[in-house]
Design a protein around this ligand. Structure first.
Ligand code: ISJ
Length: 275
């Protein structure tokens, strides 16, 4: 009986999971929050992978002499990320409404047929793009926290860039999920948000999109996940490694605030589109 109930619950939960071809599953705030929880695991594991390498500042310096790049103005990471995004765009990655490119001006048309997802977000949604800020935050604030020590390691520049691209893509997807949260909240209370948007009451919008209980639950869960996934609980000075404290700080000081900035920016333009 228990096994049968468990199977039924799993079927019910998977039927509810976000499916971008089924708009009714996308703007369900409970579904969105479940998806944000699933993203935590991906982000933690990518941070753990990155934590095996030192900071490698050469990877982020514009045209660092250690990493000569033919006919390119920018960092080694930028060079690698652009090429990865061109390939991913040909594989249709950026047709999906939950994916936002770091170099939108560089991506190309897919070689796969278009999926034509039903519209869920407002038409201007791709213009709400925080990836420049995400990348700067990652390089300046997150790398120093999650790298195992300061310094360059030329033999691992390729691995570092590969890990960074995966971590950035996970962070970007999580932060830009704020668009789905914002649309779901708008649909749940159009009169309230229409009034706040008309008066450009940013403080009022911030107050109403904020759910402190959900935020607190996220930070508590992150601490437990970090301990379970084996990040070093003791911050060993000689070899800095990510700790539950660092993961909570990254979410509390960067990921959650930037997600809410995305929500606010998305909402401030919402009356441009049909209600
Ligand atoms: C994402 C939401 O909106 C806000 C942002 C949150 C976050 O980035 O984790 C959590 C709660 C809210 O303050 C939500 O309501 O679930």
């Amino acid at each position: 009986m228990v096994a049968k109930t468990a199977r039924l619950l799993i079927r019910l939960k998977s039927a509810r999971r976000m499916d971008f071809t089924k708009p009714e599953t996308v703007l369900d705030l409970a579904n969105i929050r479940d998806e944000l929880v699933r993203m935590e695991d991906s982000i933690i594991f990518k941070f753990i992978e990155r934590s095996h390498f030192p900071t490698c500042p050469a990877v982020y310096q514009k045209n660092d002499p250690q990493l000569p790049l033919p006919d390119f103005e920018g960092s080694f990471l930028d060079w690698a990320l652009i090429r990865m995004e061109i390939t991913h765009s040909q594989l249709r990655r950026f047709e999906s409404p939950d994916e936002t490119p770091f170099f939108p001006q560089k991506i190309v048309k897919p070689i796969l047929p278009s999926i034509n997802y039903p519209r869920v977000l407002a038409p201007y949604s791709p213009e709400v793009n925080y990836n420049n800020k995400v990348k700067t935050l990652y390089e300046k604030e997150i790398i120093p926290l999650i790298s195992k020590r300061d310094g360059n390691q030329p033999e691992n520049y390729g691995s570092v860039a590969t890990n960074d691209i995966e971590a950035l893509q996970s962070l970007s997807r999580r932060i830009h999920f704020g668009k789905f949260v914002a649309e779901a909240k708008f649909q749940d209370d159009k009169p309230l948000y229409t009034d706040l948007i008309k008066r450009r009451d940013i403080d009022g919008i911030t107050k109403h999109i904020t759910n402190s209980a959900v935020e607190e639950k996220i930070l508590q869960r992150l601490t437990r996940k970090a301990e379970v996934y084996g990040v070093d609980p003791i911050n060993n000075q000689s070899e800095r490694r990510i700790t539950p404290e660092y993961l909570v700080r990254i979410y509390k000081d960067f990921v959650i605030p930037m997600t809410k900035e995305v929500e606010i920016d998305y909402l401030l333009r919402r009356l441009e589109a049909p209600l």
